[in-house]
Ligand binder design. Structure first.
Ligand SMILES: [Zn+2]
Length: 64
């Protein structure tokens, strides 16, 4: 019994793929299908807009 593994992350594959990559890594490594008009992955914040504030430090069990 040979366990097929992703050649990128070595994760066991449920079914071996022809290129040796798992579905996740193949999607990650695949070239983007192309720019979609009017849509970008990360829209730039316009004037007056601010990015979502991320607290620099959140107290957690590990910091106490
Ligand atoms: Zn993988």
């Amino acid at each position: 019994m040979t366990a097929a593994r992703c050649r990128a992350c070595r994760r066991a594959l449920r079914r071996p793929s022809e290129d040796g990559y798992g579905p996740v890594c193949r999607r990650r490594l695949a070239p983007s299908p192309g720019p979609t008009p009017g849509h970008t992955d990360r829209p730039e914040p316009g004037p007056g807009q601010t990015a979502i504030p991320v607290p620099a430090h959140q107290p957690s069990l590990w910091s106490l």
